[in-house]
Design a protein. Structure first.
Ligand SMILES: [Zn+2]
Length: 196
């Protein structure tokens, strides 16, 4: 929502609350709701935004945290009339492809041409993350640090050889991944890691 000024943001939020009856438009949860901008950004139109709970937002942002069972909610929400919600549903079903039930739902979900293009645009990522040796990194991989790294904003140094499990990729930056070191989630440069 950072692109909107304060007034439009309030109007937006109100519209989305009414539309969603103050429930997450994907899973119907009522906790921690916020306006979610579906990427890539199209218009500043309520149809291009969804009203989502914290859990859905978190899982959309971090593919390694996706809990397939949570997304059984798509059984209902994929029939939403809101393009932004259709796009999110379609992408999540694609991401969970191979779960059986997700394939069945995906077969039933038809998006109009424009909406489908939008959905595809968010999936087709030409950002490739390579490790120090040029190997392609994927979300969920384990990597090893190839040198000592000072963790920004702390006095903590992550030692060379430390394994970082279940990394996630920073979608818009090929040089950045995220992972947990000593319980802390940090951004790591891909040139300082080696895929395990
Ligand atoms: Zn939700």
């Amino acid at each position: 929502m950072r692109h909107l000024d304060k007034k439009s943001r309030m109007i937006f939020e109100k519209e989305l609350q009414t539309r969603s009856e103050s429930k997450c438009e994907l899973c119907e949860s009522t906790s921690d709701l916020s306006v979610f901008e579906v990427q890539p950004k199209r218009n500043e139109n309520p149809d291009d935004y969804a009203y989502l709970c914290g859990s859905c937002v978190e899982q959309i942002a971090h593919p390694d945290k996706v809990n397939a069972n949570h997304w059984r909610c798509l059984n209902n929400s994929m029939w939403s009339a809101v393009p932004a919600v259709q796009v999110l549903a379609w992408r999540m079903l694609k991401q969970l492809k191979g779960e059986g039930w997700t394939d069945e739902l995906l077969e039933m979900l038809f998006l109009d041409e424009e909406t489908q293009e939008w959905a595809n645009a968010g999936m087709a990522s030409d950002v490739v993350h390579n490790d120090a040796n040029g190997a392609i990194l994927q979300a969920g991989d384990t990597v090893v640090l190839t040198q000592d790294l000072k963790v920004k904003g702390t006095s903590f140094v992550a030692k060379r050889g430390t394994a970082v499990r279940r990394i996630s990729l920073v979608a818009d930056n090929a040089e950045h991944i995220e992972g947990k070191v000593e319980g802390q989630r940090i951004v790591i440069l891909t040139k300082f890691v080696r895929k395990k």
